[in-house]
Design a protein around this ligand. Structure first.
Ligand code: NDP
Length: 327
């Protein structure tokens, strides 16, 4: 049987954590033959640590055969020791009266500390996924704070936007989600993201031709996907924690186990692809194999798409500029 791998999760006692941990421990993320040791991180605050203990009691009570161990941590220095997979979920939410700059600064502090701790203690091949918002910029900060780790091992979650786009297209075309290939989402995990079905196919046929409605694309599809998080908060009174956790599982599973040539969307540091400046943490179409992802290159970008990409890039560069002095 396989040797256990170490999976660290921050914000482990939060909402997304609660929807995430049980699925990791059951083998949905890394495979039904891969034992895991969970390294659970929460803020040192007594209430958070107590809540984390409660989650761990429930994990015990599931008697997961693949759960080879579990640890509770209050600091990244101890929590990321030998970590193979890190899911950075905990982040500072925007409080009442908090300015955008304050939010960026608070998170810059958290993700600088976590990046440094990963740099020092984690496996040299650690795969890092940032879920906590602003996810792309937090991932960028962690990457910049971990100079001895490979930059390509830091990623941000765009998969929820990707999955939201898939399900909107399935509903529009009346075809099953699983039949939709080669969809992607460009840019920032924010309402500026650009979900792009120009290359998508269903049973070999072009989705763009099937839908053939640029007004729907612009006025219905893109706003629906972009504002879906807000729509769920409005309906449920709580944020979209379960679908966010599901997207995190999808992202890590596909990165670790491969996509067999299929495209998925990941937020990854640019190497200059599509004119996105180096190191900008940007949503791109990728394929994965053997634990490595590859950005799909050479796709034609038309005027409308370029405009959308420029907009989401400008937002990301604004965030990046806002934290530059803190790095
Ligand atoms: P959640 O578990 O609901 O959310 C955690 C983070 O995920 C937030 O930044 C949230 O962003 C983000 N997120 C990304 N995508 C989504 C999505 N689709 N839907 C909802 N959230 C999304 O937050 P909780 O407050 O329940 O739990 C957070 C935990 O993290 C707490 O237990 C807290 O103690 C801990 N924490 C840890 C910190 C640290 O590691 N130093 C710092 C602060 C908190 P958004 O805010 O935009 O919704």
């Amino acid at each position: 049987s396989k040797k256990p791998v170490r999976v660290a999760v921050t914000g482990a006692a939060g909402q997304i954590g609660y929807a995430l941990l049980f699925r990791i421990a059951s083998g949905e993320m890394l495979g039904k033959d891969q034992p895991v040791i969970l390294q659970l991180l929460e803020i040192p605050d007594e209430k958070a640590q107590k809540a984390l203990k409660g989650v761990m009691m429930e994990l015990e009570d599931c008697a997961f055969p693949l759960l080879a161990g579990m640890e509770a941590h209050g600091s990244p220095e101890t929590g990321f020791k030998d970590t193979d997979y890190a899911l950075l979920v905990g982040a500072r939410p925007r409080g009442p009266g908090m300015e955008r700059a304050d939010l960026l600064a608070a998170n810059a502090q958290i993700f600088t500390a976590q990046g440094k701790a990963l740099d020092k203690a984690a496996s040299r091949d650690v795969k890092v996924l940032v879920v906590g918002n602003p996810a792309n910029t937090n991932a960028y900060i962690a990457m910049k704070s971990a100079p001895s780790l490979k930059r390509e091992n830091f990623t941000a979650m765009l998969r929820l936007d990707h999955n939201r786009a898939l399900s909107q297209i399935a509903a529009k075309t009346g075809k099953p989600v699983a039949s939709i290939k080669s969809l992607c989402v460009w840019g920032n995990h924010s309402p500026t993201m650009y979900a792009d079905y120009r290359f998508a196919t269903i049973d070999g046929k072009s989705v763009k031709d099937m839908i053939n409605d640029q007004v729907w694309n612009k006025d219905v599809f893109l706003p629906t996907v972009g504002k879906r998080g807000a729509a769920i908060i409005e309906a449920r009174g709580l944020s979209s924690a379960a679908s966010a956790a599901n997207a995190a599982i999808d992202h890590m599973r596909d990165w670790a186990l491969g996509t067999k040539g299929e495209w998925v969307t990941m937020g990854v540091p640019s190497n200059g692809e599509y004119g996105i400046p180096k190191d900008v943490m940007f949503g791109f179409p990728v394929t994965t194999e053997g634990g490595q992802y590859k950005i799909v290159e050479g796709l034609p970008i038309d005027a409308f798409s370029q405009e959308c990409i420029n907009k989401t890039l400008a937002e990301l560069q604004g965030e990046q500029d806002g934290v530059k002095h803190l790095l």
